[in-house]
Ligand binder design. Structure first.
Ligand SMILES: O=C[C@H](O)[C@H](O)COP(=O)(O)O
Ligand SMILES: C=C(OP(=O)(O)O)C(=O)O
Length: 376
């Protein structure tokens, strides 16, 4: 990492009084050029983005599952996880569309490790160029397993380094009301989920979808790293993610129908994703498994507004501090995750739930073909 400028503390100046310095960052074009997506992976990204959009609007009757670690801290463990997930994803693909959660950017309540891109050494050396290279390398490998990828977009400039490889994106609970993030979403090329706010406010997520659907003009930068005025077309594939809030969970049938009411009022697609983790399970990995199982049961019983589910899952259950020495392989260093064994069981349970819902619809439609049979 090369330094462009160190700003001495106490220098007499009206600017940069609180900026310690600037370090060199490769341009998006340089990074993507050195680690190209390639035609085969690009086809997978394009196809999976379309499939995700169709599951979200209900024209594909599968359920979308965004599954993976809270954060990636060890790319090899993430590759190991991807290989396991890809095998089960293939097995359930007629019923479940699996997207691997590959989160490189962590929003913090106050301070803490901000993810692999920001600090790939996990040691406050902040080698961001290496973080971007390692992150992109992992994305390409996950795609090579045949798995589409989902990320949270937190930094307004970082998507230019990785978004070509991403099929689904999230705007998190701490940024869902941010104009900067809504503008960013309006220009992103994949379906974007807006989380409800940390206080449980769902309307801000609905408003996020509405704002992102519109075209915007804002400050940004080009692939060559030049500051520019960005003009977007708007992203019609925004959706709401119910993640619970400070008051507790919000995945009950009444919460889902409340969110649907708000979506209807805003003229948006009336279906949601439920995040089984975070405040919907009190960040408890054991509870998260129970929450996910309950949601699968409701899908089986025909609750059609649940289009998608997010699971935080890794190889080992629970979490550990970054100060653990040694770090346990395959265990989260941020929020608690469910273990791989429970995850594989749940993927199959969601597949069975989708099949049960199809049968139910087939029976109630008195012989009319189900959406699953049409699979348009
Ligand atoms: O998903 C991860 C965390 O919930 C989020 O990054 C906030 O974490 P923190 O409250 O530990 O900072
Ligand atoms: C940070 C996350 O969630 P939330 O924004 O809901 O807290 C996450 O999904 O990693």
């Amino acid at each position: 990492m090369t330094t462009i400028l160190d700003t001495p503390a106490g220098a007499a100046s009206t600017t940069d009084r609180n900026v310690a310095g600037f370090d060199h960052l490769p341009t998006p074009r340089e990074l993507v050029g050195a680690q190209p997506l390639g035609a085969d992976r690009a086809r997978l990204v394009e196809r999976s983005r379309d499939e995700i959009a169709r599951v979200l609007d209900g024209t594909d009757d599968r359920v979308l599952l965004v599954v993976g670690p809270c954060s990636v801290h060890d790319p090899d463990a993430a590759r190991d996880y991807a290989a396991r997930l890809a095998a089960v994803a293939r097995e359930v693909r007629d019923d479940v569309l699996v997207v691997m959660r590959v989160y490189f950017e962590k929003p913090r309540t106050t301070t803490g490790w901000k993810g692999l891109i920001n600090d790939p050494g996990l040691d406050e050396t902040f080698d961001v160029p290496r973080g971007l290279r390692v992150a992109r390398d992992l994305l390409l490998d996950v795609l090579d397993e045949g798995l589409p990828v989902g990320c949270e977009f937190l930094e307004p400039i970082s998507p230019q380094y990785i978004a070509d490889a991403v099929s689904w994106g999230a705007i998190g609970a701490r940024t869902t009301e941010s104009q900067v993030h809504r503008q960013l979403a309006s220009g992103l090329s994949m379906p974007i989920g807006f989380k409800n706010a940390t206080d449980g406010n769902v309307q801000v997520a609905v408003d996020g979808c509405g704002a992102a659907r519109a075209p915007h003009v804002f400050f940004g930068s080009t692939e060559e790293g030049r500051t520019a005025i960005v003009r977007t077309r708007g992203n019609a594939e925004g959706h709401v993610i119910l993640r619970g809030g400070r008051g507790g969970s919000n995945f009950a049938p009444a919460d889902v129908s409340g969110a649907v009411e708000r979506l209807r009022a805003a003229g948006l697609a009336e279906r949601v994703m439920i995040d089984a983790s975070h405040a919907n399970s009190g960040k408890d990995d054991v509870r998260q498994v129970a929450v996910a199982r309950e949601i699968a049961g409701r899908i089986a019983a025909g609750e059609d507004a649940i289009a998608a589910v997010m699971l935080e899952s890794f190889i080992e259950a629970g979490n550990q501090g970054l100060d653990a020495d040694p770090l346990v392989y395959g265990k989260s260093v941020t929020d608690k995750c469910m273990a791989w064994g429970d995850t594989a069981d749940l993927l199959r349970e969601f597949a069975a739930a989708v099949r049960a819902a199809r049968e139910l619809r087939g029976a109630t439609a008195d012989g009319a073909p189900s959406a699953g049979q049409m699979n348009v």
